[in-house]
Design a protein. Structure first.
Length: 230
């Protein structure tokens, strides 16, 4: 009888330990089932965050390239500056004045310019004045984020007037059609302002070449930024 009781007790103890072990295994399985989706969500969020960071970095890089990748990114440009002219066939050979122009960009390498200028000078009691109104294309020869080299070909009108302060005083004026060919160099100061280091423009009157060279320098203001791809 004693042996039967011991066997029964051992059997019950075995059943208890087996039940406890089974509960532990089921608990571990439930923990794994709950942990796996959580870890998957964490990995998915980390991957999404990494992709967002990469996309943001690419967007910043693209924006910087858009801003600095090409000098010719603005749709409109407004220039104003000092102009020195040296007429060859006039009584006064040194003229100081101003020039302003508006440029509309139609392609990355091509713009349309409208230009107005005025200059004056005096010599030996002679006052001389010159006004110009010009139109034509501007071609970008080379550009990067810091500089632009360009060529320009303009056609328009020039009006000269002279006053001879003798006794008696006399006044004369004349106008003509004029071509001008030349080029220059611009340097970027910021996204919206550039500096025209120089622009050299000799004049060509119909049927006669005159060495009426003009040098211009000043500031360029950029508006309506747009990078043109063609």
């Amino acid at each position: 009888m004693k042996n039967i009781n011991q066997i029964t007790i051992r059997f019950l103890i075995t059943i208890v330990f087996a039940g406890v072990a089974g509960c532990g295994q089921r608990a571990t399985a439930r923990e794994v089932l709950f942990q796996e989706p959580a870890m998957s969500e964490v990995r998915a969020e980390a991957k999404t965050s990494k992709e967002d960071s990469k996309q943001a970095a690419n967007e910043r890089k693209s924006a910087r390239a858009e801003t600095l990748g090409s000098f010719n990114r603005s749709r409109f440009e407004l220039f104003g500056g000092f102009k020195y002219t040296r007429p060859s066939a006039q009584p006064v050979n040194n003229l100081s004045g101003v020039e302003g122009d508006v440029t509309l960009r139609v392609k990355r390498w091509l713009s349309l310019r409208a230009e107005i200028g005025a200059g004056s000078g005096s010599k030996d009691k002679i006052d001389f004045h010159r006004q110009t109104l010009m139109f034509g294309p501007q071609f970008t020869l080379y550009s990067n984020h810091n500089m632009r080299a360009f060529a320009v070909a303009l056609v328009g009108l020039v009006h000269d007037s002279s006053r001879f302060n003798f006794v008696p005083a006399r006044h004369s004026s004349a106008g003509a059609c004029v071509w001008t060919l030349g080029g220059g160099l611009d340097l970027r100061l910021s996204n919206h302002i550039s500096f025209r280091v120089f622009q050299i423009m000799p004049n060509l009157f119909p049927g006669e070449w005159q060495n009426d060279g003009a040098i211009t320098s000043g500031l360029i203001f950029h508006f309506a930024g747009k990078s043109l791809r063609h």
